[in-house]
Design a protein around this ligand. Structure first.
Ligand code: SF4
Length: 319
């Protein structure tokens, strides 16, 4: 059994910058967030493929509540460029600190794992690498190319950092022509200082807009979490901002607090409210909106990609 002390020690080890913060209050989970654990399907096999290729997954590092479900269907989201992030966001469970050097064999290892898992659609994300001159853009480029070469029928979705102050990085990643380019806004602008202090809201928005300007065929995607203290109107404003940047797909999920040192949960948003945001988002012109308490960027990404393509075809068909 894991004691509170063990949890705090683990938090301090993974997030040294948060170690001396006071604990935030813990809000008990509502019934709709009780997660069914799954040990079945292909879970063990997914674990073994990931380990045998020496890969890191965001599913594990972010302590994702959907891991049992996704891995039992062989859907794992690879996190490239190490397990240590140079940012220290208030919501994120990924380890923070000084990362090690890039592994030049990682692009090929990711491609081999994608082939072994037999993925039709893969999501690749990364830690922030502010320490690298290009923010890791070349590594993203090479990973996309390696997957294309090994699994030409697999569609590729990337979830990238913001490449803040990394001139030319975005262009290098976009040149590898992923099918979906995702960059999460994470929260509303008024909460950036608290939740995403190293990022800039308008830079992230501009990044998404620029991706579409560089290649109008790419699907663009972004996501936010609810329950951090944002207001209803602020959520609608983020939707409008994303539509102004021509973003196609929006994901909205409930923020879950990884440790008592992370940002507190202001409230649990009920499923009906998510459904209402989903409808509003569609009415604002997104091709697709996934909104539910357990929605995450890569949750059901395979099925959602098929829906996204179908929605674009429908939108382009004259009535
Ligand atoms: S939702 Fe995404 S991060 Fe979570 S387990 Fe599924 S694939 Fe991994």
């Amino acid at each position: 059994m894991v004691s509170v002390l063990d949890t705090r020690d683990a938090a301090a080890l993974r997030h040294p910058e948060k170690a001396n913060r006071p604990d935030t209050p813990w809000l008990p989970k509502p019934p709709w967030l009780r997660i069914r654990l799954s040990n079945g399907g292909e879970l063990a096999s997914t674990h073994s493929v990931v380990r045998s290729h020496g890969l890191t997954t965001v599913c594990e590092e972010a302590a994702c509540p959907n891991l049992g479900e996704c891995w039992s269907k062989r859907h794992a989201t690879m996190m490239i460029m190490g397990d240590t992030c140079t940012r220290a966001c208030g919501f994120c469970n990924v380890r923070t600190g000084r990362p090690g050097p890039l592994d030049p064999s990682e692009p090929q290892n990711v491609a081999a794992a994608v082939a072994e898992l037999g993925l039709r659609h893969v999501v690749i994300t990364s830690v922030d690498r502010d320490d690298l001159d290009d923010g890791g853009a070349e590594h993203f480029h090479q990973t996309i190319q390696a997957i294309r070469a090994r699994c030409p029928d697999t569609t590729i979705e990337i979830l990238t950092p913001d490449f803040l102050r990394k001139d030319g990085a975005l262009e290098r990643v976009a040149a590898a022509r992923p099918d979906v380019f995702n960059h999460n806004l994470e929260t509303v602008p008024s909460l950036y200082l608290k939740i995403r202090p190293g990022a800039r809201y308008f830079h992230s928005l501009r990044l998404l807009q620029r991706v579409k300007e560089l290649d109008s065929n790419v699907f663009t995607k972004s996501g936010i979490m609810l329950g951090l203290g944002e207001t209803y109107d602020e959520v609608l404003q983020v939707m409008d901002d994303l539509r102004s940047a021509d973003v196609d797909f929006l994901t909205i999920g409930q923020y879950l607090q990884p440790t008592p040192k992370h940002a507190a949960i202001a409230r649990y948003v009920p499923p009906e409210e998510f459904e209402s945001f989903r409808r509003i988002g569609l009415s604002k012109g997104f091709l697709l909106v996934a909104a539910s308490p357990l929605t995450r960027s890569s949750y059901h990404a395979d099925e959602d990609f098929a829906r996204l393509r179908a929605a674009r075809t429908t939108a382009a068909t004259p009535r």
